[in-house]
Design a protein around this ligand. Structure first.
Ligand SMILES: Cc1ncc(COP(=O)(O)O)c(C=O)c1O
Length: 457
């Protein structure tokens, strides 16, 4: 954790290094720049999703294999981005290639149930202790459905979410994801800030926002909206503002407060599910919610999501009171990949491997932070982890705002220019795969050590 002797980095040092690294980045990637220029003629901002629009400019990827990806300028990277946390199986895993190839030869879409859907749902049931499941195609759809099911079950309209949690881009939860400080309101009663134009004010009004790790604020929110709240939705460990861990006992207390007020608890395990433990945060923090939303890593690289829940709660789908549907739900290619991912690749050995890699990262980075007396600390949780660019623990969004984001941008540039691809965005953490080796993670540690040394020169 934090070094006791941490000293501030002199102002100006980071911006000088950023400038030099940006220049190096641009010089080495003419083809990506050319493609991006062309892309802007036909794709808004030159990218398929706004998350991919990152400074200095997007990197166009040519192919991936194992723990590595190659860009169109011929650079090879150890992939710590892993498709925003999806590719825990690594790229082109032979078992995924075999399973998907075999299925595509037998038909790629029927919109009829396939046997693998039963196998996958049974395995999710075992891992997450939820008896009933439905499939979706993304995290956005999973949290959208979870909220609708909770509203249907309780007959209430309001949802409570955590300030700065991202749950996908649908209207109900695209609220106060990254509210600007001047619009976020008081800490004990944050404003509900629409994160995009085009979201009706009437919808935003139904979403109440509370800070993470703040039980009194949650109690107050329930008191202000007595008998109105359908559910509290939380990322059990926040993973879109670096990594923010729950206080000891916090998640269990949220469940108790929600239930006392007639509301449900939804875990958004889109990022934590099957990555921080076989049964995600449910297993790691020993709290089982009423509904869980999954996506990303469960599909082994294919667009898969799932929503699971209590028998009585999912009863609203069973009884056709709540509509849960989609042409591609339970698609045969997706189900074939998910089956292999959950039953053959993410086995106990895989989680032991993640823990060993995490230990190397934690040890190496802690050592560099201590040696250069930097005000940073490291959090690792099996396949996930990241550096927080502040000495003290972050407990909520307000703490996160105190971090100077130029450190994470500099780190992104250092890693990228030295063969490690991180997810774009100051707030992103890393994702490891079963195909990463000790040498792969050592490359990250060595690059970090170089940056740490340069920050002190
Ligand atoms: C916690 C969380 N929930 C939901 C989502 C939305 O998932 P998707 O991009 O698959 O719609 C994300 C995406 O990053 C996420 O991090």
């Amino acid at each position: 954790m934090a070094t006791t002797t941490a000293r501030e980095v002199p102002a100006g040092r980071v911006s000088d290094l950023v400038q030099a690294e940006e220049e190096r980045f641009r010089k080495a990637r003419p083809r990506s720049h050319e493609l991006w220029t062309e892309a802007r003629e036909v794709l808004s901002r030159g990218v398929p999703s706004s998350f991919q629009d990152a400074a200095p400019h997007p990197i166009f990827v040519e192919h991936g294999q194992g723990s590595r990806v190659w860009d169109v300028d011929g650079h090879e990277y150890v992939d710590f981005h892993n498709g925003f946390g999806v590719m825990v199986v690594g790229h082109a895993h032979p078992k995924i290639v075999d399973a998907v190839s075999a299925q595509v030869r037998r038909g790629s879409h029927f919109a009829q149930p396939v046997e693998n859907a039963v196998v996958v749902a049974r395995e999710l049931s075992r891992r997450f202790h939820q008896p009933k499941w439905r499939f979706t195609n993304s995290g956005t759809e999973s949290t959208l459905d979870a909220v609708r099911i909770a509203r249907g079950f309780t007959g209430r309209d309001r949802v409570i979410k955590i300030e700065a949690s991202y749950h996908g881009h649908h209207d109900a939860l695209m609220v106060s994801v990254e509210p600007p400080p001047e619009r976020m309101g008081p800490a004990d009663d944050p404003n509900s800030f629409p994160q995009s134009e085009g979201i009706p004010a009437a919808i935003v009004k139904l979403t109440t926002v509370v800070p993470f790790n703040d039980l009194p604020a949650l109690e107050k929110a329930f008191a202000r909206h007595k008998d109105e709240v359908a559910a509290v939705i939380v990322e059990p460990a926040m993973m879109n503002v670096g990594i923010v861990l729950p206080d000891q006992g916090f998640l269990g207390q949220v469940k108790e407060v929600a239930h006392r007020n007639g509301a449900l608890l939804i875990f958004d395990e889109v990022k934590t599910g099957v990555t921080i433990a076989p049964g995600g945060a449910t297993e790691r923090f020993k709290v089982t919610p009423d509904l869980v939303a999954l996506a990303k890593a469960i599909g082994g690289g294919l667009p898969c999501g799932a929503v699971g829940g209590r028998e009585d709660v999912m009863g609203v789908v069973e009884e056709k009171r709540v509509a849960q549907m989609g042409t591609f739900n339970g698609n045969p290619l997706t189900m074939a990949a998910a089956r292999v991912t959950l039953l053959e690749i993410l086995d106990p050995k895989a989680y032991a491997h993640f823990d060993a890699l995490a230990e190397t990262l934690q040890g190496g980075l802690d050592e560099a932070i201590a040696r250069y007396e930097l005000p940073f600390h490291v959090i690792t949780l099996a396949a996930r982890g990241g550096v927080t660019y502040r000495a003290r623990r972050v407990r909520n969004y307000r703490d996160y705002l105190e971090i100077d984001k130029s450190f994470s941008y500099l780190s992104w540039l250092y890693q990228c220019n030295r063969g490690v691809l991180m997810a774009p965005g100051a707030e992103e953490n890393w994702t490891l795969s079963v195909q990463h080796s000790a040498d792969d993670v050592q490359r990250y540690v060595d690059n970090f050590g170089e940056m740490a040394r340069d920050l002190r020169q």
